[in-house]
Design a protein around this ligand. Structure first.
Ligand SMILES: Cc1cc2nc3c(=O)[nH]c(=O)nc-3n(C[C@H](O)[C@H](O)[C@H](O)COP(=O)(O)O)c2cc1C
Length: 519
C-alpha cells in the first residue's frame, strides 16, 4: 500500500508557530501519541499525506512521525537552512519492534531527536516525550543565541564591500571554500565557479609578478601578508587586487583555513603610476627645454653662416653640401622649436567646447588640405565643454589632422573630423570623443606598434617623430586615452584615431595655483 493511501485526506491546519504535529499511519499509535501530548498540555495537529510539503513543518516545535517520514524530515531540515531562530523541529521517529533494519534508528544513520518503539504504554509514551521535549527546549534556547551570532557574522560577510575568500588549509593546494558576494562582484566569478579551486587562476598569465613572493612567503610561514597583485576578471579585464591574507587557527592552534580580503585598488595604482609618469615627464621636459634653448642660439648662427657661405659663389659640389646641411639643420630647428613650444606652454585648464578646439584647426589646414585634394567633413554633435589645456588639446588634434592629410597627399581623399559626447567610455567615465578618420594608405601592424615612441617617424626628413609621442602624453595628462585602428586593405585603406577626454580629467585653473609644470 502506498504511503498516501494510508492517511485520511483532510487538510490539516499546519501553519503554526509552536506545538506538535503527528504524522502517523497507524491510527492506534496516533491515538496513543495524541493522548500523551494532551497529558503534556501540548497543542497537537494531525497531519496527512497532503502535508508532505516539508517547508511548512518547520513551524512546529515537535514532529512525531513514522520512522521513514521522520528520516526524510531530518534530511530535509539538514539540507535546508533552519528557520530564523536556527532551530529545526525536534523529530521523533515511531517504529514497531518488527523493524527489518534496526540500524535505521541509530544516531549515526539518522539524527532523530528521539525514538518511540511501539508497543508502549501511555505512561511510557508520556514519560519519553516529556524527556525529549525538555531536552530539546533546553538545547534550543542555547542554540538560538549561538545561531543569532552566526547569522550576524554571515550578514557581515555578505554585506562588506571588500571581497572575502576563505581557503581550506587542510585540503591539498588551498582550495576556496567560501567567497562573499563582493568577491563575486569584483571578479565576475560566482561562488560555485571558484569553490574548490586555488585562487591563482585570477592571475591569468601574470604568474611571475614580484608581489607573489610576499604571498608565497606568508603562506609558507603561516603568517599574515599584504600584496597588490595584477588579477583578471572573468571577462578578461585586468584589475589591481590588494590581497590581505591571514591564517586561521583552531582551538588547538592548528592551521585550518586562510582568509583573504580583496580590495580593488586599480584607481589608486593608476593614479600613483600617472603621478610617477608626470614627475618623470616634468624632469624630461625641463631637460629637453633647457637643451632646446641652448641649441637654438648656435643653430641660428650656423644657419646664418650657411646662408652667407651660399652667397660666396662656392663650387657646385660645395653648394650641394650646403643645401643638404641647411635642410638637416632646419629639421633640427623644427625639433627644438616643437620641444620648446610643448614644454614652455603655461596653459590654464578651463572649460572648452569642441567647436573652440576644432575650428581653428580647420582654418589652419584648409588650404593645405585643398592642395592635397583632401575633403574635410566636420561633424560636431552638441556637447558640454571639457576642462582642458586648450592649446595642448589643439596641438593633439592638429597633429592628427596633419598626419591624416599627409597620409592622403599622394592620392587625395576624405578626412572626417567628428566630436560627440560619450557616456561610460573606458572605465565608466563621461567625456568628449574626437574621431579623426582618413582614407589614406593605412599603417602596417609594425608601424602601429611604434607610433607613440619618441623620434619615430614615417615622414622621412619632414617629420620630427615627436607629434604622436607628445599627443599621447598630453592625452594621458588629461586622463583620457587615444586609440587607433588602421587598415591597408586595397580599396578600404585608412586610419581612424579616437581621442577620449573625460569632462573632469584635469582640475580647472584657479587663480594663484600654477599648474604649468613645464614653463
Ligand atoms: C584565501 C586566499 C585567497 C587568495 N586570493 C587571491 C586573489 O584574490 N588573487 C590572487 O592573485 N591570488 C590569491 N591568492 C593566492 C594564490 O592562491 C596563490 O597562493 C598564489 O598564486 C601563490 O602561490 P602559487 O605560486 O602556488 O600560485 C589567495 C590565496 C589564499 C589562501
Amino acid at each position: 500500500m502506498k504511503f498516501a493511501d494510508k492517511y485520511e485526506s483532510e487538510p490539516a491546519a499546519i501553519i503554526r508557530k509552536s506545538g506538535a504535529a503527528i504524522f502517523l499511519a497507524d491510527s492506534l499509535e496516533q491515538q496513543d501519541v495524541l493522548m500523551a501530548l494532551g497529558d503534556l498540555k501540548i497543542a497537537t495537529t494531525i497531519l496527512g499525506p497532503q502535508d508532505r510539503e516539508f517547508h511548512h513543518l518547520r513551524n512546529f516545535e515537535f514532529i512525531v512521525a513514522d520512522h521513514l517520514i521522520a528520516k526524510e524530515l531530518v534530511l530535509f531540515f539538514e539540507e535546508h537552512e533552519a528557520d530564523a531562530d536556527g532551530i529545526s523541529p525536534a523529530v521523533i521517529a515511531v517504529t514497531s519492534n518488527e523493524l527489518e533494519d534496526p540500524s535505521i534508528l541509530t544516531q549515526e544513520v539518522c539524527n532523530f531527536d528521539g525514538v518511540l518503539k511501539f508497543p508502549m504504554t501511555g505512561t511510557e509514551i508520556s514519560a519519553r516525550l516529556s524527556v525529549i521535549m525538555h531536552a530539546h527546549c533546553a538545547f534550543a534556547k542555547r542554540y538560538s543565541a549561538a545561531w543569532r551570532e552566526l547569522r550576524l557574522n554571515r550578514r557581515i560577510f555578505r554585506s562588506v564591500t571588500a571581497g572575502i575568500s576563505v581557503a581550506s588549509a587542510t585540503l591539498p593546494d588551498l582550495p576556496i571554500v567560501y567567497v562573499n558576494p563582493a568577491f563575486e562582484e569584483m571578479t565576475g566569478y560566482s561562488r560555485a565557479e571558484v569553490q574548490g579551486r586555488n585562487c591563482r587562476f585570477l592571475e591569468g598569465n601574470e604568474r611571475s609578478q614580484p608581489a607573489l613572493a610576499i604571498v608565497r612567503d606568508a603562506l609558507k610561514n603561516r603568517r599574515k601578508g599584504l600584496a597588490v597583485l595584477k588579477n583578471f576578471r572573468k571577462d578578461g579585464t585586468p584589475f589591481w587586487n590588494e590581497l590581505s591574507l591571514s591564517p586561521i587557527m583552531d582551538d588547538e592552534g592548528q592551521l585550518t583555513h586562510y582568509v583573504g580580503i580583496q580590495t580593488d585598488v586599480t584607481q589608486r595604482v593608476e593614479l600613483e603610476s600617472a603621478l610617477r609618469e608626470s614627475e618623470k615627464l616634468a624632469a624630461v621636459g625641463r631637460l629637453a627645454s633647457s637643451i632646446a634653448h641652448e641649441i637654438n642660439n648656435p643653430l641660428t648662427s650656423v644657419m646664418n653662416l650657411i646662408y652667407l657661405a651660399q652667397g660666396t659663389d662656392p663650387s657646385q659640389e660645395t653648394k650641394d653640401y650646403l643645401v643638404t646641411a641647411d635642410r638637416e639643420l632646419r629639421r633640427v630647428k623644427l625639433i627644438t622649436e616643437q620641444s620648446l613650444r610643448f614644454f614652455r606652454q603655461s596653459t590654464k585648464a578651463q572649460p572648452t567646447t569642441a567647436a573652440e578646439l576644432l575650428e581653428p584647426i580647420l582654418d589652419l589646414y584648409q588650404s593645405h588640405a585643398t592642395n592635397a585634394r583632401v575633403t574635410i567633413n566636420l561633424r560636431e554633435r552638441p556637447s558640454r565643454p571639457i576642462v582642458c589645456m586648450e592649446s595642448e588639446i589643439r596641438q593633439v588634434l592638429s597633429n592628427l589632422v596633419g598626419n591624416a592629410i599627409h597620409a592622403m597627399q599622394e592620392r587625395g581623399g576624405q578626412l572626417s573630423l567628428r566630436s560627440r559626447e560619450t557616456r561610460n567610455h573606458g572605465r565608466g567615465r563621461d567625456g568628449l570623443l574626437f574621431t579623426v578618420a582618413d582614407s589614406g594608405t593605412g599603417m602596417s601592424a609594425e608601424i602601429l606598434s611604434s607610433i607613440y615612441k619618441a623620434f619615430y617617424t614615417t615622414k622621412g626628413i619632414g617629420g620630427t617623430g615627436l607629434g604622436l609621442w607628445i599627443s599621447s602624453e598630453i592625452v594621458a595628462r588629461h586622463r583620457g586615452n587615444i586609440r587607433v585602428k588602421s587598415t591597408q586593405s586595397p580599396g578600404s585603406s585608412g586610419t581612424v584615431f579616437e581621442v577620449f577626454l573625460p569632462f573632469d580629467g584635469i582640475a580647472p585653473y584657479r587663480e594663484g595655483v600654477d599648474i604649468s609644470q613645464f614653463s
